[in-house]
Design a protein around this ligand. Structure first.
Ligand code: PLP
Length: 364
């Protein structure tokens, strides 16, 4: 049975019928069929998607994307380490919050949500604070849909010999790049974003040497990334604690479908087409985007709420939902917006239907 509405939200998102069907079988967590075949194949495929360099290893971790960010930061930064967080949105701010919860020494380089971080500022901070050992930032800041200049920043981070950690939650699998070429040491993403799986676990792709050196740093038992990695390595894909078996099955199917689509490049093209169609159609109806087109990712787009006194997000949302589309509220702190995601099992035909629905809703 399919949904009666399409999720135009950046995770959970609309998944294919076949991804959902993959969850119809129960699996034994310690059986070879599950561990060796499914989990190990997923780990290898994630590394292959991330880079052609073989120096990286992937670890899967139960929980939402945030659990995985928390696991990576809490396990990879030693007690005497210091984190620089580059922040231009809610997910950058969440990294700061994690550092606070975990008692990780940090400093913050913050920007307005509509501004992209400036690589030269990062260099200035790194030069002025030699205690910094790690730098973390978000690739696509899902708050606004902005695509941050990760490549230029990571180059500077590398030059200063710091560890570069990237929250690529909403971009990995949907925006092509090579982790190694970009000098990313650690990448975090989750099952339910551009790979188009269902929610339940995330993953960390990191340099081998970093994982080896992480022993004993974890600030949490269940989120100990090194221990999880060790178990997956030693026992061929075994998870330390109950694994989200159905989610893992769905994810394996989602990876197959990514390949069938033509890989990350083809998926990126589809998302880009969705996004440009969406923006053109919305602009034709008088909507304005929060960001200029040059700053947009193909992942999600924030639109200013219409100025009409009759406009009310809740009603607009309900109307679109009744017409078959679920959109996303805004998350920008100083602008009244709503957001529409382009990721998931969504085609340009769906975007055209959405635009018709927006025109029909006519609340403004
Ligand atoms: C979705 C997302 C996360 C994680 O969110 P969860 O709700 O914990 O899954 C983190 N960072 C970014 C950029 C995201 O888009």
């Amino acid at each position: 049975m399919n949904n009666d509405y399409l999720l135009l939200t950046p995770g959970p998102l609309s998944t294919s019928i076949t991804v959902k069907e993959a969850m119809l079988k129960d699996w034994c967590t310690w059986d070879d069929d599950y561990n060796v075949e499914i989990v190990q194949a997923i780990r290898a495929e994630l590394c292959r998607l991330a880079t052609s360099c073989t120096d990286y290893t992937a670890t899967l971790m139960q929980g939402s994307g945030t659990s995985c960010v928390e696991s990576a930061l809490g396990s990879l930064i030693p007690n005497d380490g210091k984190l620089l967080v580059i922040n231009n949105g809610a997910y950058g701010a969440r990294i700061v919050e994690i550092a606070q919860y975990l008692n990780i020494a940090y400093s913050e380089l913050s920007y307005a949500e509509t501004q992209i971080p400036e690589p030269l500022d990062v260099e200035t901070v790194l030069l002025s604070d030699p205690l910094i050992t790690h730098v973390a930032m978000v690739h696509c800041e899902t708050t606004t849909g902005i695509l941050n200049p990760v490549k230029d920043i990571a180059k500077i981070v590398k030059k200063h010999k710091k560890v570069m950690i990237l929250d690529a939650m909403s971009s990995f699998g949907g925006v092509p790049f090579d982790m190694h070429e970009w000098h990313i040491d650690v990448l975090i993403s989750s099952a339910n974003k551009c790979i188009q799986g269902v929610p339940g676990f995330g993953f960390v792709i990191a340099k081998h040497a970093l994982m080896e050196n992480a022993k004993g740093h974890a600030r949490s038992l269940s989120l100990d990334l090194h221990a999880q990695w060790q178990t997956m390595e030693q026992y061929q894909g075994k998870w330390r604690f109950t694994s989200p078996t159905h989610v893992v099955r769905a994810f394996a199917q989602a990876l197959t479908e990514l390949q069938q689509e033509g890989g990350v490049t083809a998926r990126h093209q589809r998302y880009k087409k969705n996004q440009s169609l969406l923006v053109a159609g919305m602009q034709a109806m008088g909507f304005k985007t929060l960001l200029g087109q040059a700053l947009h990712s193909p992942i999600i787009t924030a639109f200013y709420s219409p100025q009409s006194p009759e406009y009310n997000f809740k009603r607009f949302y309900q109307q679109l939902k009744s017409l078959g589309f679920v959109i996303y509220p805004g998350k920008v702190s100083n602008a009244d917006c709503f957001r529409i995601g382009n990721i998931g099992d969504v085609t340009s035909h769906d975007i055209t239907r959405l635009l018709d629905a927006v025109a029909t809703a006519k609340y403004w």
